[in-house]
Ligand binder design. Structure first.
Ligand code: M6R
Length: 366
């Protein structure tokens, strides 16, 4: 059932090109001019009635939600707030019939997310579920459902669910942007073409995992690892850090790179590995300054950058490249080396990758 792979997690990491292709299947117009969501069929009037979006999820799905905020705000120009479900449901959220509440859940069974969805409905919100499991509790409860079609995810550490959630959120944002007329046709086309490139680009990363494996073997016994990034790279940093913690038990923290000097920089000392994501062109120079900051404290810096960025080699100890992608889609690729890093670090340390201690695949208790 593991199809020749040693663990479900690595199998699912390698399934990402296919999973992402499935998520997009039938949803990209042939001429790349628009997104098709037969399951929504929203009208401009309906969308005009939404003045705010709240995204509610847990764990990795929450990290996808943060990327979703970025997409929806930038592309569709609607204010978005993102909450972890266990906070949302108890904080009297400002949600009403003009709010669209999007819940994201791979399993569709996470108790807090389901409760958040019920609370949103009680407050009169329209609800949309993004989930991977057909007929799950969350799918049944929501007004609208978009399935991610990632195929079953067995490993506790979520991988292909995250990338397919990101693709879904990107498509949803383009879809809503079209209804609100906030995105020029040329930009829509550019993004859809970028989406089409993703499966092959993800495949390309998976063809050469040696550098990241070597790195994981070399630093797998360190006690602390830091992940830094700005903008979308910060969202990916959060996910990379969660992955490392949950399966390799290495203490990891993700920081918005600009926040370092507000406290955390005190922890950066000689030899501490820092994974620095630098895929976002708009904040690239700022990111380089942050890399210099940690290098000046003798951290070991691994830069994750887009292919073609030779410049970064002057600042980091090791550079890991992802294919040159649309900046909004870079997170889908940048997360893959981080998933692999967590996997190989866990293997190096002899951890039970598919069943990490204290964790369950589906959290159906509070
Ligand atoms: O099934 P869900 O997407 O609702 O699950 C949410 C989290 O429990 C899940 O993403 C968890 O954080 C994973 N173990 C992360 O790898």
């Amino acid at each position: 059932e593991k199809g020749g792979y040693e663990h479900f997690m690595i199998k699912e990491i390698y399934e990402q090109p296919k999973a992402v292709r499935e998520t997009m299947s039938g949803r990209l117009a042939k001429d790349d001019s628009h997104i098709i969501f037969d399951e929504l069929k929203w009208t401009p009037e309906e969308v005009a009635g939404i003045n705010k979006i709240a995204i509610v999820a847990c764990g990795t799905a929450y990290h996808a939600g943060i990327v979703g905020k970025y997409y929806l705000e930038n592309l569709a120009r609607i204010p978005v707030e993102v909450d972890v479900a266990s906070e949302f449901r108890y904080r009297s959220p400002l949600v009403d019939d003009k709010t669209l509440v999007i819940v994201i859940s791979q399993s569709g069974e996470t108790l807090d997310t389901l409760a958040g969805l019920k609370e949103a409905k009680r407050l009169g919100a329209r609800t949309l579920a993004i989930t991977n499991v057909v007929g799950s509790s969350i799918a049944r409860e929501a007004d609208h459902v978009i399935y991610t079609w990632a195929g079953p995810e067995i490993a506790v550490a979520s991988t292909k669910a995250y990338t397919t959630q990101l693709v879904t959120l990107c498509m949803l944002s383009i879809y809503v942007a079209a209804l609100r007329e906030t995105l020029a046709a040329a930009k829509v086309k550019e993004l859809i073409q970028g989406l089409r490139d993703l499966p092959a680009q993800a495949h390309e990363i998976l063809e050469d995992v040696e550098p990241i494996k070597t790195f994981a073997q070399q630093y797998g016994f360190n006690e602390d690892v830091f992940f830094i990034g700005r903008a979308l790279d910060y969202c990916v940093a959060l996910e990379g850090s969660l992955k490392l913690k949950e399966i390799s038990y290495i203490h990891a923290e993700a920081y918005a790179a600009g926040e370092l000097k507000h406290g955390t920089l005190a922890l950066i000392i000689e030899g501490v590995p820092v994974i620095a994501l630098a895929t976002q062109p708009d904040v690239y120079e700022k990111m380089l300054s942050n890399i210099k900051e940690v290098k000046a404290r003798d951290a070991v810096v691994i830069g994750i950058a887009m292919k073609g960025d030779d410049h970064i080699r002057n600042y980091v100890d090791h550079a890991i490249y992802i294919p040159d992608a649309h900046k909004y889609l870079a997170p889908l690729l940048a997360v893959i080396p981080l998933q692999l890093l967590a996997y190989y670090a866990a293997i190096t340390r002899g951890c039970d990758v598919d069943k990490p201690r204290n964790l369950a695949k589906s959290v159906t208790v509070e």
